[in-house]
Each structure stands twice: as C-alpha cells, then as structure tokens.
Unconditional design. Structure first.
Length: 87
C-alpha cells in the first residue's frame, strides 16, 4: 500500500524533472525539432531538422495520470495485518 504511493510520488517527481530538464515545452511532445540556419555564402535562411526528444504537456499529463492511478490503486489495497503481540 505505502510502496505504491511512494512509487506514484517518484513517477510524478521524475516526470516533472525530465520535463523541466528538457526545456519545459508547453506544446505537444516533439521528436524532430526545426532549427533555422543561415547560409554563410548567400545569406539565405534555411530550415534544418534535428532529431531530438522534447517532452511536452502530453508527456507530463500522461505521467501525472499514471502517478494518480498508482496512488488510487494503493487506496483500495488492504492494509497488511499487524502481527505484533502485546505483552
């Protein structure tokens, strides 16, 4: 019961840290990012694409839903029996 809640907290915190470390993109998750480059000879601007994972709000939301499900499941599990003997 308690390990699931701790796991839910760990999932939520890790998702927030990854999202923040990767740039806190407030759009959709991207796997290809466009970068603008300028040709040094002609001066013409061009667009090049770079393969890079940038997690967005959908990544953060799915992680939070997963953490909430783990925490919710832990509420319905029975508590372990107390086997202490009082003397």
């Amino acid at each position: 019961m308690k390990p699931l809640r701790l796991l839910a907290l760990l999932v939520a915190l890790c998702a927030i840290v990854v999202w923040l470390a990767a740039g806190a993109n407030r759009g959709w998750t991207k796997t290809i990012v466009e970068t603008r480059t300028q040709d040094p000879v002609t001066g013409i601007d061009g667009i090049t694409y770079e393969k890079r994972f940038v997690p967005g709000l959908d990544f953060l939301g799915a992680s939070m839903i997963g953490a909430a499900l783990l925490a919710g499941v832990s509420l319905f599990l029975p508590a372990p029996p107390n086997n202490k003997i009082n003397t």
